[in-house]
Design a protein around this ligand. Structure first.
Ligand SMILES: [Ca+2]
Ligand SMILES: [Ca+2]
Ligand SMILES: [Ca+2]
Length: 300
């Protein structure tokens, strides 16, 4: 029969063994963490939204093999398909909380991954059926040695896919076609509402505080000239209404002749603090009769 002291020593040894076992498992280095350190954002600076803010149904991060022909765009079906490369795919939890745009996942068993095959990591949103799919891929990489527990590969800017077709920006305004459809814009026109402001510019300032609306005509940027043809004592000025974006910079440009489109030069730059700005151009324009000169206002 064991004494109280012997029993205590036996229990102590058992507890020590239990404490060592997990440490040994970790030391084998079979897991692999994949993540990024620079937040992924779309053209508007937004991050992958996940699903209803629920971290457990948010954005999965998966390792995928680079197939012949490159990295494939996802489809709704492929998002739900079992990925044999990943044996223990957790859901990305960096989407919500205090690390927006940062995605990281630990793959507990990477023994299914070959060391001489290129892989990439993909993070994606799980949208409702028929909704566009948002995703971001890393450039391809080879697995690091087992002694390296993590790999930080930056994800590329996230992309949007509609029904499995690579999303393109047909009208070149900076907003992918699928996103234009999502926003109710015309994917074939860089100025959907025809008010003179580019869709991207308007969508950006709509997100920043509803200053402009890419789907509704806003007050156009109109330049007014007070420069009578007859030389005289009247001041010659140009003025324009500013659009309601605080801190917007305007550049007044001038050229003496019309034919050469590249001949505009900057003459004045200002930040709009009021709804109207005016600039005296007396010293710029020629005093010949009739007066010649052309102005334009540019928002850089
Ligand atoms: Ca576009
Ligand atoms: Ca517009
Ligand atoms: Ca508009």
């Amino acid at each position: 029969m064991k004494t109280r002291r012997q029993a205590s020593a036996t229990i102590g040894a058992a507890m020590l063994a239990l404490a060592v076992l997990p440490a040994l498992a970790c030391a084998q280095g079979i897991s692999l963490a994949v993540g990024n350190t620079v937040p992924v954002a779309d053209v508007f600076g937004r991050h992958l939204p996940g699903t209803n803010g629920d971290p457990d149904n948010s954005c999965p991060v998966e390792i995928r093999q680079v197939l012949l022909g490159g990295i494939l765009a996802p489809t709704h079906e492929s998002l739900e398909a079992f990925n044999p490369l990943v044996t223990n795919s957790y859901l990305g939890r960096g989407v919500v909380g205090d690390r927006p745009g940062l995605y990281a996942e630990t793959f507990m068993d990477r023994s299914v991954l070959a060391t001489n095959v290129p892989y990439y990591a993909r993070v994606f949103d799980r949208p409702p059926a028929q909704a566009p799919v948002y995703y971001a891929d890393t450039p391809s990489f080879f697995l690091p040695p087992d002694t390296e527990p993590s790999i930080n590969r930056e994800f590329e800017a996230w992309k949007l896919v509609a029904t499995g077709t690579a999303d393109v920006d047909t009208d070149g305004d900076g907003i992918p076609d699928g996103m234009e459809l999502d926003l109710g814009l015309d994917a074939n026109s860089p100025d959907s509402d025809g008010d003179g402001y580019n869709d991207w510019f308007e969508a950006f300032w709509q997100l920043e505080g509803d200053y402009l609306n890419p789907g509704e005509a806003d007050a156009p940027l109109e330049i007014r000239i007070n420069a009578p043809e007859e030389p005289g004592t009247e001041p010659r000025t140009v003025s324009w209404w500013t659009i309601p974006v605080p801190g917007m910079t305007y550049q007044l440009q001038f050229r003496p002749w019309l034919p050469d489109d590249t001949a505009y030069s900057n003459v004045w730059s200002t930040v709009a603090t009021e709804t109207n700005v005016e600039y005296d151009v007396e010293s710029l324009i020629q005093t010949d009769s009739p007066v010649k000169g052309f102005f334009r206002v540019v928002i850089p």
